[in-house]
Design a protein around this ligand. Structure first.
Ligand code: CO8
Length: 260
């Protein structure tokens, strides 16, 4: 796969995807969004990838939002289509059957914050800043922000962030449950990769089904979520990795998972 605005590298079972538009603080234009979609769809069945880290190029920004200049002359229909293109790309990332970790190295604003929200885990540099400043531009967060933020931090904090358009530091975001861990800038990628490697050492199908159970269960009545959880649990008993995991425990050795 050849891309111009994103760069992908793989170390063992861990992939690292970097948004590469440093001259615009990695702002998301149509090309970045299309490349993200193509990339996510292309890797969704790749059994060699067991965890993915997403970060931004340069020292300043994860992603400073949707490309404001590209939005300047959009018609209402073009704006709606742009929003749908972004939602489709982020849905594809959210649906990947392995863990996706956002390593937020700087500004995660607007669409950048919404990209992090589509990931499973957010690790942030202490230099990072999160925010949904769309209302300062006469817009609303429409790359999933009004939907995913309230699910992540609750309605009241989400309304405050969206209505104020203010920036929040990494520690404030950790306190509100948006960020899992805050690191020094130097330690950000090593910490994100370390967690990715830990996750990649676990049984891949168990991770995929646990992710499915958490994400789909969140939208269901608890009784339906519990039913789905039990079904997914049962499905794992037809995998070789379930047999390997339990055999390794009984034989007092490390398991070796193959992803089937
Ligand atoms: N879009 C396009 N270019 C950008 C963006 C952006 N979001 N952010 C920064 N840039 C560009 C700047 O224009 C500048 O380019 P140039 O050197 O050519 O002038 C370059 O990146 C560097 O930026 P600054 O000089 O501004 O750097 P500072 O350190 O002074 O400031 C900030 C950094 C605070 C991040 C500042 O750049 C900023 O406020 N950026 C915009 C942040 C923002 O408002 N993001 C939200 C965008 S809206 C959005 O994401 C909505 C999605 C849903 C709606 C879509 C419906 C169609």
């Amino acid at each position: 796969m050849k891309f111009e605005t994103i760069e992908y590298k793989q170390e063992g079972h861990v992939g690292v995807l970097t948004i590469q538009r440093p001259q615009a603080l990695n702002a998301l234009n149509a090309q970045v969004l299309e490349e993200l979609s193509t990339f996510a769809n292309a890797i969704s069945n790749n059994k060699e990838i067991r965890a993915l880290v997403i970060t931004g190029s340069g020292e300043k920004a994860f992603v400073a939002g949707a490309d404001i200049k590209a939005m300047a002359d959009m018609t209402p229909k073009e704006a709606e289509d742009f929003s749908t293109t972004a939602q489709t790309a982020f849905n594809s990332i959210e649906s990947l059957p392995f863990a996706v970790i956002a390593a937020v190295n700087g500004f995660a604003l607007g669409g950048g914050c919404e990209l992090a929200l589509a990931c499973d885990i957010i690790i942030a540099s202490e230099k990072s800043k999160f925010g949904l400043p769309e209302v300062t531009l006469g817009l609303l967060p429409s790359f999933g922000g009004t939907q995913r933020l309230s699910r992540a931090v609750g309605l009241f904090k989400a309304r405050e962030m969206v209505f104020s358009g203010e920036f929040y530091c990494a520690y404030d975001c950790m306190n509100m449950g948006l960020v899992n861990k805050v690191t020094t800038p130097d330690q950000l990628l090593p910490e994100a990769k370390k967690l990715a490697q830990t996750i990649a050492s676990r049984a891949p199908i168990a991770i995929a089904k646990a992710k499915q159970s958490i994400n789909t269960g969140f939208e269901l009545h608890i009784n339906d979520g519990l039913k789905r959880e039990a079904e997914l649990f049962g499905e794992l008993f037809s995998t070789q990795d379930q047999k390997e995991g339990i055999a390794a425990f009984i034989e007092k050795r490390q398991p070796s998972f193959i992803g089937s």
